[in-house]
Design a protein around this ligand. Sequence first.
Ligand SMILES: *[C@@H]1O[C@H](CO)[C@@H](O)[C@H](O)[C@H]1NC(C)=O
Ligand SMILES: *[C@@H]1O[C@H](CO)[C@@H](O)[C@H](O)[C@H]1NC(C)=O
Ligand SMILES: *[C@@H]1O[C@H](CO)[C@@H](O)[C@H](O)[C@H]1NC(C)=O
Length: 304
Amino acid sequence: MACILKRKAIIVLGFVTAFLLLIIARLTNEVSFPLIFSCFGQTSAKWMPFYTQRQPLRTHYGYMNVRTQEPLQLDCDLCAIISNSGQMSEQKVGFEIDQSSCIWRMNNAPTKGYEEDVGKRTTVRVVSHTSVPLLLKNPEYFFKETNSTVYVIWGPFRNMRKDGSGIVYNMLKKTVDSYPGAKIYVTTEQRMSYCDEVFKKETGKDRIQSGSYLSTGWFTLILAMDACYRIHVYGMINDTYCKSEGFRKVPYHYYEPGRDECDEYFLHENAPYGGHRFITEKKVFADWAKRRTITFTHPNWTLS
Ligand SMILES: *[C@@H]1O[C@H](CO)[C@@H](O)[C@H](O)[C@H]1NC(C)=O
Ligand SMILES: *[C@@H]1O[C@H](CO)[C@@H](O)[C@H](O)[C@H]1NC(C)=O
Ligand SMILES: *[C@@H]1O[C@H](CO)[C@@H](O)[C@H](O)[C@H]1NC(C)=O
């Protein structure tokens, strides 16, 4: 009798121990230490749970999957962010870009036909709500052929609401119904406010009162700073570029002829309403680059 009891106790204890171990494993798995280890910058220095080789993914609660409503998981060592600027033409850095752990592009920037300059791979594509119709012109390409890409769509609440009256959200919902493999995320309303708050904190200006919109580059850098240990930005000009001597005159986008980049920047910076404050944003980026591991090249920024 005593023997049976003892055996029962051992079995129960075994279960309890296994259960506790499971909980501990689960907890440690959710915890990463990006702040401590970002100083080392190397993947090998990253903390790994002892029982698995899987990298702890970072969870980004400001971005929700349209199909599953789950938050975005993304964790990269070196991120390459490729600007859409005409500066990317004839840079021949495609090979270098493709060596990065994660490659970020914006809106409908193509790779086909521009591989030598901008690379082939796309890990994350950050897209403005106004550019969603451009992707939907070629859904087979964006949401089937390149279905390993994560799409992050930013937009104001009126377009992104989930109650049936958010027109952009509705388009995305239809898209994931047709392409179940597509990984499409939308920014939450709280995350949109957070991005506005960062703008106010960094510039002292209220985004709405100053009559401007944040750019896709702004949303891209904010997410990348949370998801990447190191960032290399290609093809973005700095805040004084358009006033510097002998600057390279290029189209606004590398993939289409059109207005000159600097003309576009001045137009937006001075628009009383509805513009992007590209130049102001670049000043803020330069500040961030001084405090974090962010490099800007093609053209090079010098940061002291
Ligand atoms: C991605 O697309 C390929 C074909 O283009 C398909 O074989 C694969 O199943 C898709 N992945 C998912 C997760 O749907
Ligand atoms: C820009 O920076 C890259 C990488 O740091 C360097 O290889 C290149 O020589 C620089 N280009 C110019 C024009 O300074
Ligand atoms: C900004 O770009 C211009 C033109 O490339 C360059 O001369 C200048 O040194 C850059 N300034 C900073 C702070 O990076």
